[in-house]
Design a protein around this ligand. Structure first.
Ligand code: ZN
Length: 293
């Protein structure tokens, strides 16, 4: 019964064993990172005008007025800031996506610490790898952002991954997982959890309308909205039919953040760093207004 004696013992239930051996758990972590990075890439960096015909490539950028240059550099340099404080959101979102993956592969999903920690560690490991030794061929890394504005030190891609990788110790990760387990039936937590499951399902299921968009136009795919049919079967999901599914991270994060923060403070976890992370920084928004002349 002594917790300390069990510290290094791994749970060997079927679910945990399957989780540890599956390479498809990477698929889930990658998907979660991808949905959030999409908002960063398109909603922030590209929306700033950094790659527009007027400002890109470098020959055109060089001809801009100084204040225009300064605006673009400054905007892209700071774009990572709103992504830091949604730590609790990422947790609920991540586990929801894993829940759906388990369902697809007939693995029992458990609201248990060991089981959930495998998922959280996989997620953190992936972010860490993207920060230190990224595979630049994946679509999670925007090559166009490397040396943007002819500057090598902007680290537009890296800044994003660092924002999602606060320096938390194992005990702090466990604390967040305990918090999640305690509030797993809270409506806000459930909304995020099942919305992620829903979206992940839409993206993987061969029959979903998301996968049957008959267009090669990337923009159409980006602006895809769910139909009434797609909303069936996920009662606790709060994905909307009116807003493009690619923007769901923004509205989910915006509408739930204060409630999650309150739940964490109510939990009376005296963790100064986590409280700080979830309390400071600008809110996420759909996009930065394009450079006005
Ligand atoms: Zn287990």
């Amino acid at each position: 019964m002594n917790k300390k004696n069990n510290k290094n013992k791994k749970c060997n239930c079927d679910s945990c064993k399957e989780m540890r051996t599956l390479d498809r758990i990477d698929r889930v972590s990658r998907w979660v990172l991808g949905t959030v990075k999409w908002t960063y890439d398109f909603g922030y960096i590209i929306s700033s005008g950094a790659l527009s015909d007027k400002n890109h490539p470098i020959e055109k950028f060089k001809n801009l007025k100084d204040d225009e240059k300064k605006y673009l550099i400054n905007t892209c340099e700071k774009a990572y800031k709103p992504f830091k404080k949604y730590l609790l959101f990422y947790i609920c979102y991540l586990f929801g996506a894993y829940f759906q993956q388990c369902k697809r592969h007939k693995i029992e999903f458990k609201f248990e610490k060991d089981f959930l920690m495998i998922q959280l560690k996989s997620f953190r490991k992936m972010i860490e790898t993207f920060y230190y030794s990224p595979n630049k061929k994946t679509n999670l890394w925007m090559k166009l952002f490397d040396n943007l504005f002819g500057k090598k030190d902007l680290n537009i891609n890296k800044n994003f991954f660092l924002a999602l990788f606060p320096p938390l110790k194992n005990e702090q990760l466990e604390l967040i997982v305990d918090w999640f387990i305690k509030y797993k039936e809270n409506p806000t937590v459930e909304n995020i959890f099942y919305s992620a499951a829903h979206y992940f399902h839409m993206e993987l299921d061969e029959n979903s309308s998301f996968n049957n968009i008959k267009t090669d136009n990337a923009l159409d795919k980006h602006l895809f909205k769910l139909t009434k049919k797609d909303l069936k079967g996920f009662n606790k999901s709060i994905l909307q039919a009116e807003i493009p599914i690619r923007n769901s991270f923004v509205y989910l994060a915006l509408t739930t953040h204060e409630k999650l923060k309150k739940l964490f403070i109510e939990y009376e976890a005296n963790d100064v760093l986590i409280k700080k992370i979830i309390s400071i920084g600008p809110d996420i928004s759909y996009q930065i207004e394009s450079l006005k002349n």
